[in-house]
Every structure is written in C-alpha cells, then in structure tokens.
Design a binder for this molecule. Structure first.
Ligand SMILES: Nc1ncnc2c1ncn2[C@@H]1O[C@H](COP(=O)(O)OP(=O)(O)OP(=O)(O)O)[C@@H](O)[C@H]1O
Ligand SMILES: [Mg+2]
Length: 235
C-alpha cells in the first residue's frame, strides 16, 4: 500500500536520508526503530511531502506521492501525528477534532458521523469533549492527536514517537490505541524508541541507522536482547 524506494532527502545542503526503502501493507503495523537523529522523523516528513525528496519514489495505493502538493497528501488517506502532536491547547477537545476535519470541507452530517466514530473508539475523549485540550494528560493529548488524524478517515497513520514523554503506565494506553486502529483496519507506520512496545505491537520492523534501513524482519523474529537490536539501538 505504502512503498518507499531508495528515497534521498535533504535539509538544505545536508543530506539526511541516504536511500530509504520500506513498505507497509494494508492492515499492517510496521515499526521503524533507530537511535536519535538517524532520520526516522525525516522519513515520515518525506512521505507527507514536508521535506525535499531529491530522488527515489514514494507511492501510496498506486499514486506517486512525491509529485503531490503537501496539503493534498492527507486527503489521499494518510494521517500524520508529528512528534510534537500540534494539538491546540486553548481549544476544546471537540474543536480540536473539528480542525482535523474542516480542512476537507465536507458536510456537517459527515463531520458528525466521523466524530461519533472517533468517540466510539476513544470514549474518554467524548467524556472530555468540552474540556480545553491543554488540560488533558499527556496520554490523553496523544489520544486526541491520533483521533484528530482519524477524522480524515485515513487508510494509514504515521505515528512519530507516540510514547515519548509518557509515563510507563501511559505507554499501555498507546498500545490500546494502536489496537483500536488495527481493529479499524488502519495501517500504521510507527516510529519509536521504545523497543519492547514496538516489537509487541508491530507485524514487521525496520531498523534505521544514518539515514538508511539496515535491517528488516518480522517483529516476532526479534527480541529485545537480540544482537541486531544491540547493534542499532543499544547504548
Ligand atoms: N529542519 C531541519 N534542518 C536541518 N537539519 C535537520 C532538520 N530536522 C532534522 N535535521 C537533522 O536531520 C537528521 C535526522 O533527523 P530526524 O529528526 O529525522 O531524526 P530522528 O531519527 O527522528 O531522531 P529522534 O529520535 O531524536 O527524533 C538529524 O541529524 C537532524 O539534526
Ligand atoms: Mg524524530
């Protein structure tokens, strides 16, 4: 469904992605692991058209994303939850969810339907729909950011370190959210530093180092104390 082939990307003159190739099939959860600064977030930004891709190809459901304007990409069915979440702290939960939708400019009935769908998946957000988003807990804010991405009814969601900065107790909540998405048949490309969590929820994982994929395998073939995990992720 989503396929990157030999993607080379730059920030100005600095060459950050040195030929990234990866694939996410329909309904799959795919983990992308790597140390700080290896290019995980840049890979997601390249998919969303937010960094300059110099060569290689990025296709989604047969369409060439590389040639699309960035603002069109979410409408093609790709949801993106960046590292900093970008929720609006001074808007209510409900208004934050609406901002996820208004961009598409569809009918009020459709908005209502997607809101109900989001609340069915995340009942906690419904309970707090009138609360200002800035007063939610970290885990709830992450939940809101993901629910907002769901408002465009995506086929895939790119999640950038959803467990970052969360207490271990809340990591379980993120796992539950990923299960909710999986049940809704939404594919996930999950960027993480949390190895045990990623191995537990993913079908396949890629290990990244210095701007390229160095290893790929079924998540079930890897364990936290594997040599390859030590090599690319150990401290
Ligand atoms: N806007 C930018 N301008 C210039 N260089 C950047 C920019 N954003 C990131 N970089 C550089 O690109 C490289 C890859 O960054 P990226 O954010 O993709 O790493 P990451 O794997 O997501 O790391 P982390 O785990 O810390 O989030 C780093 O060397 C970083 O300093
Ligand atoms: Mg990052």
């Amino acid at each position: 469904m989503l396929k990157l082939q030999d993607v080379q990307a730059f920030y100005g003159k600095s060459h950050v992605l040195h030929g990234v190739s990866l694939e996410v099939d329909g309904g799959q959860v795919v983990g992308l692991l790597g140390r700080n600064g290896v290019g995980k977030s840049t890979t997601l930004k390249a998919i969303m058209g937010l960094v300059a891709v110099q060569s290689g190809s990025i296709t989604f459901a047969g369409k060439d994303l590389h040639r699309q304007k960035a603002y069109r990409i979410p409408r093609l069915g790709l949801g993106y939850v960046p590292e900093d979440r970008r929720i609006f702290p001074r808007l209510t939960v409900l208004d934050n969810l609406r901002t996820g939708f208004d961009r598409q400019g569809a009918s009020a009935a459709r908005t209502e339907q997607l809101l109900e769908q989001a609340y069915a998946s995340f009942p906690r957000l419904k309970e707090r729909q009138r609360q200002l988003a800035g007063t939610l807990s970290g885990g709830e804010q992450q939940m809101l950011a993901i629910a907002r991405a769901m408002m465009l009814d995506p086929q895939i969601i790119l999640l950038d370190e959803p467990t970052e900065g969360l207490m271990p107790r809340l990591v379980g909540q993120i796992r539950e959210i990923i299960d909710v998405l999986r049940q809704a048949n939404v594919s996930i490309l999950l960027v993480e530093q949390n190895v045990p969590m990623t191995l537990a929820v993913s079908d396949r994982v890629y290990l990244m180092e210095r701007g390229a994929i160095r290893h790929e395998s079924a998540a079930s073939e890897l364990s936290v104390d594997d040599d390859v995990i030590h090599k690319y992720l150990g401290v």
